[in-house]
Design a protein. Structure first.
Length: 323
């Protein structure tokens, strides 16, 4: 029932929030959009009118509303820590766009506050909630390509406007934290055990103040190699290849899921190639439903909190390995 839905507010209404987050919330029966918050007066008015909800110009105003039980942060990465502390200390659940923070120390503090308050702390990673990922896991478990030996993920695209916050070190700009997050985290979810070693390289294109590209090789205790590549200022690539003893899986698009695309998985065994159909479900809607479960399920809250800090720890290892 909608009357039993959890009240949520979104702080940060950029293009991604308008295109993906808000429509998914509106469709999610377990959530009720109480309001949106942005300093952009024009966007604030347009979106509040569209969704018939409150409109706020500050996070303080959001936190003053008693109907808000969850705050979804869709602001630049460098703001997540300070804003996250305020959200959790107000007794609200925190759902946050990737990456959770700019550092492991910040992520661990948010973890601690959420644990003490027994609040959900969830980090967005849409690809893990798409039927495509579930089918990949199923095929691997069924032994469709034999024992997996290597997984490669590449996520790259051309530069966007240099005025975007993703290029600003003051707001947490970083190709690793913004773009590399996806191949690193998604590949790690396919790992067959703990990552024992990490070798990495971060690149900074001339004229930019942040890392604009990078690559990392993660090796698990069993010897499985995970190879992640990412970068701005490159030809568009959004793919994953999973190589096994007797075949391989080819996935594209693997990370972002543009509407209208074919999400089928290519299975190659020797010279034979098969296309495995995947339904085009809304990964954000499925993700929000999972986040909602964490509010009323202590075990799921614990799992999500642990996963949030685990992903940040993995990113920290890459940063340290590239130093």
């Amino acid at each position: 029932m909608k009357s039993q839905a959890t009240g949520i507010a979104v702080w940060g209404i950029g293009q991604h929030a308008r295109k993906t987050v808000l429509p998914a919330i509106a469709e999610c029966g377990s959530l009720k959009l109480i309001g949106i918050g942005t300093r952009d007066e024009t966007v604030r008015g347009q979106q509040a009118n569209l969704y018939q909800c409150h409109a706020w110009s500050s996070l303080d105003e959001i936190l003053a509303c008693p109907e808000v039980e969850v705050v979804y942060l869709a602001t630049p990465i460098g703001l997540h820590y300070d804003e996250g502390v305020r959200v959790l200390n107000s007794g609200r659940h925190l759902w946050c766009e990737k990456s959770l923070t700019s550092s492991l120390a910040e992520a661990e503090e948010l973890y601690g506050i959420s644990k003490v308050g027994d609040l959900s702390l969830c980090v967005v990673c849409g690809p893990l909630y798409h039927p495509q990922f579930s089918k990949i896991v199923e095929l691997i478990q069924q032994g469709a390509i034999g024992k997996v030996q290597c997984v490669t993920g590449v996520f790259e695209f051309p530069h966007v406007s240099a005025h975007k916050s993703r290029y600003d070190p003051e707001t947490g700009g970083s190709a690793l934290l913004d773009l590399g997050f996806y191949p690193v985290v998604v590949l790690n979810e396919l790992a067959d055990g703990e990552v024992m070693s990490v070798s990495a390289k971060l690149e900074r294109e001339q004229g930019y103040a942040i890392d604009t590209a990078g690559e990392a090789v993660l090796t698990t205790v069993s010897g499985l190699r995970l190879k992640a590549c990412w970068g701005y200022g490159r030809d568009y690539r959004n793919e994953m290849i999973i190589q096994g003893e007797r075949g391989s899986l080819h996935v594209s698009p693997a990370f972002s899921k543009p509407k209208g695309r074919d999400f089928s998985i290519g299975l190659k065994i020797d010279e034979k190639q098969i296309s495995i159909a995947v339904s085009p479900e809304n990964q954000f809607l499925t993700m929000l439903q999972s986040f909602s479960n964490a509010i009323n399920n202590a075990g799921e809250r614990t799992r999500q909190r642990g996963w949030a800090v685990q992903t940040q720890r993995l990113l920290d290892r890459i940063i340290s390995g590239a130093a």
